[in-house]
Design a protein around this ligand. Structure first.
Ligand SMILES: NC(=O)c1ccc[n+]([C@@H]2O[C@H](COP(=O)([O-])OP(=O)(O)OC[C@H]3O[C@@H](n4cnc5c(N)ncnc54)[C@H](O)[C@@H]3O)[C@@H](O)[C@H]2O)c1
Length: 296
């Protein structure tokens, strides 16, 4: 296991590429948008500088890490020598099925195909490949270089060999892997998303404001970040997509996304990545709450 391909250079893709590269793997990072590749390299550089400032990395290690990453806009140029591909493109079933069919067609026969999906069925994704035994979920948490957990999700046909390789690899990345079965939302989001959705419902019902809800959960439940701010960091479009997968998968109204979340995503308010969600992340108003949208 030496050559890693990461597909998607957004919030998660840049962190996954960073983590593998810092552990000495050669990483080919692929995105259809060149500007997202540029932004990912800038983010990785900034994050490496932050680690240096804490005394946990040298300038030489930073340069080695950056030297381990190459960027591509075309999948077929990135995968010929891949041992593992980690797909971290947009959370959309049709898109992932299309990408996995391409991954299967273009990559070496023994390459493991992993997805960082938050909720979509690994078994379904595997069904469009000719190697379902080599398809697995490798669900990193955001921000990837910092968060220790990786949910390792076994699809219906994932082999023990594939599972063992990915489990051990996660430990080499200094992560803690946890074995999980393939049902909508897996474990992390099955528990987290209903809480985030309920916090949006609480806001929508006018029970309390953005900061008040987040303060209750931070100071009352010892959460390091309130649920509304966490939703902004995850991406409100990602939260909506995950809730829809669980709603469809379980046919249970308790997972139905709140209308305020739907409206915000339709209005382009996706949280940190779009500059505004429940808080305003523009330079002048870093993380000030956006109250205008919630006045009844
Ligand atoms: N945001 C989180 O906190 C989080 C946490 C864990 C897992 N995830 C999962 O990780 C995946 C990525 O989420 P994200 O938050 O990084 O999304 P994002 O919107 O920040 O980034 C997605 C990237 O994929 C790229 N992309 C789209 N189609 C592509 C294609 N055909 N080929 C290559 N690149 C393509 C986009 O240009 C974009 O740069 C999703 O499956 C999501 O559910 C997200």
């Amino acid at each position: 296991m030496k050559n890693i391909v990461v597909i998607g250079a957004g919030t998660m893709g840049n962190g996954i590429a960073h983590t593998f590269a810092q552990s000495g793997f050669a990483v080919n990072l692929v995105d259809v948008k060149p500007e997202n590749l540029d932004r990912a390299l800038k983010t990785i550089t900034t994050n490496l500088d932050r680690i240096i400032s804490k005394g946990n990395l040298t300038e030489e290690q930073k340069n080695q890490t950056l030297g381990n990453i190459k960027t591509f806009t075309d999948l077929k140029d990135a995968v010929p020598n891949a041992n593992l591909i980690v797909e971290a493109a947009t959370e959309n079933l049709e898109l992932k099925l299309k990408i996995f069919a391409q991954m299967d067609e273009l990559s070496p026969e023994n390459c493991i195909l992993a997805t960082n999906t938050s909720s979509i069925s690994i078994t379904k994704i595997a069904s469009v490949t000719k190697r379902p035994e080599k398809v697995i979920g490798m669900h990193f948490m955001n921000p990837v270089p910092i968060m220790k957990l990786v949910e390792i999700i076994k699809g219906y046909s994932t082999s023990k060999e594939t599972f063992d390789v990915i489990y051990e690899l996660s430990k080499k990345l200094d992560k803690v892997p946890v074995e999980v079965n393939d049902y909508p939302g897996f474990v992390a989001n099955r528990i987290l998303m209903p809480m985030i959705n309920e916090s949006i419902e609480t806001l929508y019902n006018g029970v309390a404001g953005v900061e008040e809800i987040d303060t209750v959960m931070k100071l009352g439940m010892a959460h390091p970040m309130g649920p509304l701010q966490l939703a902004d960091f995850i991406g409100l479009d990602v939260c909506l997509a995950i809730l829809n997968v669980m709603y469809d998968g379980f046919k249970n109204p308790k997972y139905a996304p709140n209308p305020l979340l739907v409206n915000m995503v339709m209005a382009g308010k996706k949280g940190v990545k779009s500059g505004e969600g429940f808080y305003d992340y523009s330079e002048s108003k870093k993380a000030e709450k956006v109250s205008k949208m919630f006045l009844k």
